[in-house]
Design a binder for this molecule. Structure first.
Ligand code: SF4
Length: 173
């Protein structure tokens, strides 16, 4: 106990300052996103339901980054919702595990049209490091139609922001 305390006091702070990529990039993409959302959805927010189909939670950490003060995604008109019934976009992470395959299909069925699906991260796209695991049933597109695929382990908040911008282009005009 005391040795851990002593080591931590000796080590000091090891965190690094958070940056959002090249200066101002997230502001530019965010402004474009905000304008598209306002134009296409008549003033309401773009509603996103995040679905963890079997992720290691690394992808969720990056998605959570979008709600931190650095990105503050709600100011760009994007709102994470608790129910697929309110979702314009399903943001799916992880390889689809055997336990989650049915839940993912039901979540997709519960979402209203146009049901835009983003497969977020290497695992969602092709099972990534979990390919071949006895617990994994397959990539997201084996169970529901996928509109946008983003690679990365995990994809950065900036990459997810760009994917949401691309998702807007699939909204009915
Ligand atoms: S892509 Fe990487 S961070 Fe995301 S669920 Fe797979 S292993 Fe985890």
């Amino acid at each position: 106990m005391f040795s851990i305390l002593r080591r931590n006091l000796k080590t000091g702070r090891v965190t690094v300052p958070v940056t959002a990529g090249p200066a101002g990039e997230h502001e530019l993409v965010g402004a474009e996103l905000k304008s598209k959302v306002a134009r296409l959805l008549g003033g309401r927010s773009l509603h996103v339901r995040e679905v963890d189909a079997g992720s290691c939670n690394g992808c969720e950490l990056e998605i959570t980054g979008l709600s931190t003060p650095t990105y503050d995604i709600e100011r760009f008109g994007v709102h994470f919702v608790a129910s697929p019934r309110h979702a314009d976009v399903l943001l799916v992470t992880g390889p689809v595990t055997r336990q989650m395959a049915l839940a993912l299909a039901k979540t997709y069925e519960a979402a209203p049209e146009p049901r835009i699906v983003i497969a977020s991260g290497d695992c969602a796209v092709d099972c990534g490091v979990f390919a071949g695991s006895y617990a994994v049933a397959g990539p997201v597109e084996s169970f529901i139609p996928v509109d946008i695929k983003i690679k990365g382990c995990p994809p950065s908040p900036m990459t997810i922001l760009r994917a949401l911008l691309a998702a807007c282009d699939r909204l009915p005009r």
